[in-house]
Design a protein around this ligand. Structure first.
Ligand code: GTP
Ligand code: MG
Length: 293
């Protein structure tokens, strides 16, 4: 008997959805930062075994859209509620469950087998943990509740077993050596964006988008040229920094991570351009890969 299906990871911003997917897949596919809205896309991570294939999807955190980019992010979330075989609803020990009441109601109505992962359990006491399990069991009576720590690797094996138990029978959707649906270009742009999230504050990370202008694979080195788009001219100066030092730092950190990710040397060139209100421009959003499903 072969089991196969889509396991979609859904939840509020910053609860650790991407950390959880990476832990379940065993690869650093999704970028992780302490800032909300780190993930903007639906990112697949596939785990293959002799008699199973689990297709995980990491999604952006649930939010009320203020501009077209965020509308597109929420479409990824809404799509993931619909096409799941198993839903991993991720919460953490501090969030308020009423923030995503509407999505939770939809999950409850869908009848899709759901596992509520109470993440960041390393930050809490056994008593609080018990109370949270009870609260979530009451909120989603059909769901199974799994306390975990994605960062510390606590209960990842337990969640895997719960998923396998709920996965439908079926043939694999993808060839058995597939790890993800995303390209090297995508991962390169995400690693650069992660360094922007880490190095700048306030609105800067949210006004940036990365486009890979060229990606040349040579036997000993990958040569990558990328443009960072911002919305206004003043943001361009902040990204570049005094004597170009900030951009240099972002470039160096991104290159080091890319070399680790690819297992080979990388030459990375970064440019900064003003892209206007790209977050509300459908043509530009499509170009940046926010294709609707
Ligand atoms: N203490 C603790 N922190 C965690 C755990 N899992 C994730 N984090 C931290 O929580 C923050 C957010 O993690 P992400 O995985 O980026 O969260 P996300 O839900 O994907 O966030 P968005 O993509 O922005 O919606 C990061 O700083 C992580 O290191 C955990 O089990 N324990
Ligand atoms: Mg994320």
């Amino acid at each position: 008997m072969h089991k196969s299906g889509f396991v979609n990871i859904i939840g509020n911003p910053n609860v650790g959805k991407s950390t959880l997917m990476n832990a379940l897949v065993g690869e650093r596919l999704s970028i992780i930062t302490s800032k909300a809205q780190t993930t903007r896309h639906r990112i697949m991570g596939i785990v293959n075994g002799d008699d199973f294939q689990i297709v995980y999807s990491d999604t952006p955190g649930i939010l009320k859209p203020n501009y077209k980019l965020q509308e597109s992010m929420m479409k990824f979330v809404n799509g993931a509620v619909k096409d799941a075989d198993v839903i991993l609803y991720v919460t953490d020990t501090v969030e308020q469950s009423n923030r995503s009441a509407e999505v939770l109601d939809r999950i409850a109505r869908s009848g899709i087998p759901t596992i509520v992962v109470i993440n960041k359990i390393d930050l809490t006491t056994p008593e609080t943990r018990e109370a949270l399990v009870d609260k979530w069991q009451e909120r989603l009576p059909e769901a199974v509740i799994a306390p975990a720590s994605a960062r510390e690797g606590f209960n990842i094996g337990g969640i895997f077993d719960m998923i396998l138990e709920r996965l439908p029978e079926g043939e694999p959707y993808y060839p058995k050596d597939t790890l993800t649906d995303k390209t090297l270009r995508f991962f390169a742009s995400e690693i650069i964006r992660e360094k922007i999230l880490l190095n700048y504050d306030k609105e800067i990370p949210y006004c940036c988008e990365i486009e890979i202008d060229s990606y040349k694979e040579e036997s000993a080195i990958d040569r990558i040229s990328a443009t960072i788009y911002v919305t206004r001219d003043s943001q361009k100066g902040i990204i570049i920094g005094h004597k170009g030092e900030m951009l240099k730092r972002v470039g160096m950190q991104a290159r080091q991570d890319l070399e680790k990710f690819l297992g080979k040397r990388v030459f990375l060139q970064l440019f900064v351009k003003v892209g206007g209100d790209w977050r509300n421009n459908e043509r530009q959003l499509r170009r940046f890969g926010y294709e609707q499903e």
